[in-house]
Design a protein around this ligand. Structure first.
Ligand code: F6P
Length: 549
């Protein structure tokens, strides 16, 4: 991939034209754009893979759209897209492909990594997921007392937690089993302790999810879980049974999982060509399969695959991930917007903002280009958000009247999984009213005259604040799969334009290494100036270490 983008993007014709064009757009108000063009909604909306996107409430004209598309052409988005799908090296710094799309490919058409076809391994892992989830759901998976498992605890962090946690919650109405699902991620012992406090060791199954099988949060929490199981057993033999029957590992490091005490037959694979934040489609999604059944999990994969097919085949101008990506770039690079907001109007999508934070910020939070040169332009924005409609009564004030504005993705669901159709309509109405209010604002001549002009001014809402509205007819495994793949590809396209590698995370790795050194120092004698001098820590970290001694 390194060779494809040799040009500095800021020097491309499209970039320069966009910079100039932004100054003109700055002067336009969206309320006027809507007024002068009755076809605006039709021109700027698109449907793909069961997902509808209205992007008409953006600060764009047809000219903006054409220039953004030119930028995608200039940065070879189509070539990069082919490289991604065909298993080429897209993760330059680790010399790996990123083949999450292969995980949801329904065909057996061969995809090769290091000369060997990965499809048989993918399908074999899916078969094992089916066996495990079926057995658990039928009450045939037994604990050390011979009783059926009632509770499943996923222990993992980052991509080994956020994906399965979010999808399990999002698809909770499809969870047709008595099994209860739990998720433990935090290094704070309160997380695992509180979870275990409510569980019966004889009927609890642990899934230890860790691609590296060395992430300290996961290994520490898994160790607490292991001890909890063993302590509940009355004989060493029973303890052995509990470990072999009640611990499953999902990892690319089989040997480490075996050493930890997981039975080899209970280890499901992960591969180095699947990034953690792109792994919910793999065996990392086992908690989802257990909760909703493997058939439904297959529908999730099918939804993602439908979006893959759209992304792979649709021309750039009609390509939903490409459009979302370019709109994000428009605001990030030409209006210096620092954040991007995700507002799902669906309670079951409460964990989606956190999931997208990892997906986007761990992928595109990079300041170095693929060729090693510093990025002289802004890259990934801060992603934040909250499930709605509670935010309307909290932070939306700033969205409407704050000195800064930020682009927003509203995510609306038309049909709920309940019988209160009217209340569901109200949720949809709330979503639409927010995007309309942000776009329209309220000008002083629309406010009834007040005795004091300052009272009028306080009520002026500037408007012209952009948003996308993504509509799912219902929150099903299929539409959710498509939605997540949409964001994955959006992030990928942005990384291509910015010429950064979205599939590594060296910043996070640094934190992971430093923690080991700091932990050692916490127990070492650092209070004597002589010893402290040897350690060569900055005075802040040293002071904080000594503060708790
Ligand atoms: O937080 C960094 C990270 O490397 C993520 O990319 C990953 O999803 C997470 O840690 C967990 O890693 P592992 O699955 O190896 O435990």
């Amino acid at each position: 991939m390194t060779d494809i983008n040799k040009t500095n993007i800021c020097k491309t014709r499209a970039w320069k034209q966009l910079a100039k064009h932004a100054q003109q757009i700055e002067k336009l108000h969206m309320r006027d754009l809507f007024q002068t063009d009755s076809q605006r909604f039709n021109s700027f909306s698109i449907e793909a893979a069961g997902i509808f996107l209205d992007y008409s409430k953006n600060r764009i004209t047809q000219e903006t759209f054409a220039l953004l598309m030119q930028l995608a052409e200039d940065t070879n988005v189509t070539t990069h897209r082919e490289v991604l799908f065909s298993g080429g090296i897209v993760n330059d710094s680790e010399q790996r492909p990123a083949l999450h799309t292969a995980l949801r490919s329904p065909t057996s058409a061969s995809i090769k990594v290091n000369e060997s076809d990965i499809m048989p391994d993918i399908h074999a892992a899916l078969t094992r997921m089916r066996d495990i989830s079926d057995k658990l759901r039928r009450g045939q998976w037994l604990g050390f007392h011979g009783e059926a498992i009632t509770d499943v605890v996923n222990i993992g962090i980052g991509g080994s937690d956020l994906g399965p946690r979010m999808v399990t919650r999002a698809l909770q109405p499809y969870a047709d089993t008595a099994l209860r699902m739990h998720f433990v991620a935090n290094i704070d012992p309160a997380d695992i302790n509180d979870t275990l406090a409510e569980l019966n060791p004889a009927t609890t199954l642990f899934i230890i999810s860790s691609k590296s099988f060395s992430t300290s949060e996961t290994i520490n929490n898994a160790t607490v879980a292991k001890e909890w199981l063993v302590q509940a057993c009355s004989t060493p033999q029973q303890a052995q049974t509990s470990l072999s029957q009640q611990c499953i590992a999902i990892t690319a490091q089989t040997e480490k999982a075996i050493k930890f005490g997981v039975e080899a037959s209970n280890i499901l694979p992960l591969w180095d060509w699947v990034g953690g934040r792109y792994s919910v489609w793999s065996a990392i999604g086992l908690p989802v399969a257990i909760a909703i059944g493997m058939d439904r999990f297959t529908e999730l994969l099918a939804g993602a695959h439908a979006m893959d097919a759209h992304f792979q085949r649709a021309p750039l101008t009609e390509n939903m991930p490409v459009i979302l990506a370019l709109l994000g770039i428009w605001y990030r690079n030409f209006f210096a917007r620092q954040t991007h907001t995700i507002l799902p109007y669906a309670q079951y999508l409460a964990d989606l903002p956190a999931y997208l934070q990892q997906l986007d910020m761990e992928s595109n939070g990079k300041c170095v280009q693929r060729n090693g040169a510093p990025a002289s332009y802004a890259t990934g924005p801060v992603i934040w958000g909250h499930v709605e409609s509670s935010g309307q009564h909290a932070f939306h004030q700033l969205l409407h009247q704050g000195t800064d504005w930020q682009p927003i993705d509203f995510i609306a669901v038309v049909k709920g999984q309940h019988t209160q159709a009217e209340q569901q309509r109200l949720a949809y109405a709330n979503c639409l009213s927010q995007s309309r209010a942000l776009m329209l604002g309220k000008q002083s001549d629309e406010i009834p005259p007040q005795a004091d002009d300052s009272l009028t001014q306080a009520k002026v809402i500037p408007g012209n604040r952009p948003s996308n509205t993504i509509v799912l007819n219902e929150l099903s495994p299929h539409t959710l799969g498509a939605l997540l793949a949409l964001y994955e590809h959006k992030v990928f396209v942005q990384s291509v334009v910015w010429n950064i590698n979205p599939f590594d995370q060296w910043g996070v790795e640094l934190g992971k290494t430093i923690v080991h050194d700091i932990l050692k120092m916490l127990t070492a004698d650092t209070t004597s100036p002589k010893k402290a001098a040897k350690i060569q820590l900055d005075s802040s970290t040293l002071g904080l270490l000594n503060y708790i001694k």
